[in-house]
Design a protein around this ligand. Structure first.
Ligand SMILES: [Zn+2]
Length: 432
């Protein structure tokens, strides 16, 4: 049986303008893209969905995803969840994101060592429906940096934390090998500090890791064919990542012109994922959540947003692949499921056109997932990962944020969501 999405406005993510046509799916593949309202020759048991007025586009990749960060209220709140419960919460989040159009997730760290791996494997075995996943383990971080939750008087079990503290190349090697043993796809390393968390951690302009420590992780990754992704906000950190061949750099707001030149020089093999929804959520919604933040705190968040905007606008102009997604669920002000807010931010703040951010979320996202040529475009022979929107996202990028306008999501040829409003059109007779 074949399924025809008839007379849709198709955004194929090649960068071409949308065109009207019919997309035909058989099994888990797109077998035809026919650019005209007329449906291709059909067999008697084919199903036809009339997509007049709707937009069909590839499923998206969440490029910095923490499915086990469950709308946290503090940096400690993930510790309190037991691993069994945590895996189920993460699975539910993965399924929520799939229904919102994110057919692929690139993890930016798991709150406990094997949560991502367990969810990914259960989905791949067919035990549960869910998106494609690149799983990560905990973040590897130097003592006194983001994710080091311990104090002199209080030590949490290593396996309950979203990070493991490592100092010196040998400890980073060990942590990387333990993560490899757990079955991760991605090793996450915290290269820089983070925004103001009070006295606890280095700030986001500080490069906390040494070149030898990062090289040790890269050595394990290269030997085991794993990806390395870094939390890296500082300029010196970005330069170190480029020198060491890190393919995925998260944040990067403080990259100076030399660091931006270096990123541009490797633009065919590097991805930058700003994750700016996190500070923006904190800034815009602090009242709603009664966070009681000081004027200084809000000023520094506002400044951070300006720095992000300046840097990402420039990197995008230089042709560096900057991808949406990031840290939804890591704090209550940017909850899990609202991830498509990033598409709007890219348009409003980073100078992307709606088409450019759609290509970033789909075609470039597939490249990040190492699935380029298989997903991320609507093209004959590609895997049928697609979403159907009510309306035109080029006219209003916010459509992605409204679950009611996401009429269907398909992953691997199966519907993860199908709105009751989507009726089957009359069967089409065989032609000729
Ligand atoms: Zn993150």
């Amino acid at each position: 049986m074949r399924l025809h999405f008839r007379n849709a406005s198709i955004i194929d993510a090649s960068g071409a303008l949308p065109f009207r046509g019919t997309v035909t799916v058989e099994g888990n593949r797109i077998i035809a893209v026919t650019p005209s309202p007329a449906v291709a020759a059909s067999q008697p048991d084919d199903e036809v969905i009339d997509c007049t007025g709707f937009t069909l586009l590839p499923g998206m990749t969440e490029a910095h995803c923490h499915i086990s960060f469950n709308n946290l209220t503090s940096i400690y709140s993930a510790v309190e969840i037991q691993p069994e419960d945590h895996s189920l919460i993460a699975l539910a989040n993965a399924q929520l994101l799939l229904r919102r159009g994110w057919t692929s997730l690139f993890s930016a760290a798991s709150a406990k060592p094997r949560v991502d791996v367990a969810v990914r494997d259960a989905i791949n075995k067919g035990l549960f429906e869910g998106p494609r996943m690149r799983a990560a383990g905990q973040e590897m971080t130097p003592t006194g940096n983001l994710g080091d939750l311990d104090t002199t008087y209080m030590t949490f079990p290593r396996t309950l934390r979203f990070s493991v503290a490592c100092d010196g190349a040998d400890e980073f090697t060990k942590a990387a090998r333990l993560a490899a043993r757990d079955g991760v796809d991605t090793l996450k390393v915290n290269v820089s500090g983070d925004r103001d968390w009070g006295h606890m951690h280095a700030d986001d302009t500080v490069t906390v890791i040494t070149e030898r420590e990062l090289a040790a992780v890269m050595e394990v990754a290269n030997a085991r064919r794993l990806t390395v992704a870094t939390h890296c906000s500082s300029s010196a950190g970005v330069k170190m990542c480029v020198r060491q061949g890190v393919p995925v750099i998260f944040h990067a707001p403080h990259a100076d012109s030399e660091a931006r030149d270096m990123l541009e020089s490797v633009k065919d093999r590097v991805f930058v994922v700003p994750g700016a929804g996190f500070p923006i959520g904190m800034f815009r919604r602090h009242n709603e959540f009664r966070l009681g933040w000081t004027k200084e705190k809000l000023k520094s968040l506002e400044r951070e947003i300006e720095i992000f905007s300046d840097c990402m606008t420039d990197l995008h102009k230089r042709g560096v692949r900057v991808l949406p997604g990031g840290d939804y669920g890591a704090f209550i002000t940017s909850p899990m499921g609202e991830n498509a807010k990033d598409l709007e931010l890219f348009v409003d703040l980073f100078g992307f056109t709606p088409m450019e951010v759609i290509v970033a979320a789909t075609r470039h996202g597939a490249d990040l997932m190492q699935l380029g040529g298989e997903t991320g475009q609507i093209k004959q022979g590609y895997l049928a990962d697609m979403m159907l929107l009510d309306g035109d996202p080029l006219a209003d990028i916010r459509i992605f944020q409204d679950p009611g306008r996401i009429l269907a999501v398909m992953k691997d040829g199966k519907f993860a969501k199908r709105s009751g409003a989507l009726s089957s059109a009359a069967p089409i007779r065989k032609t000729g």
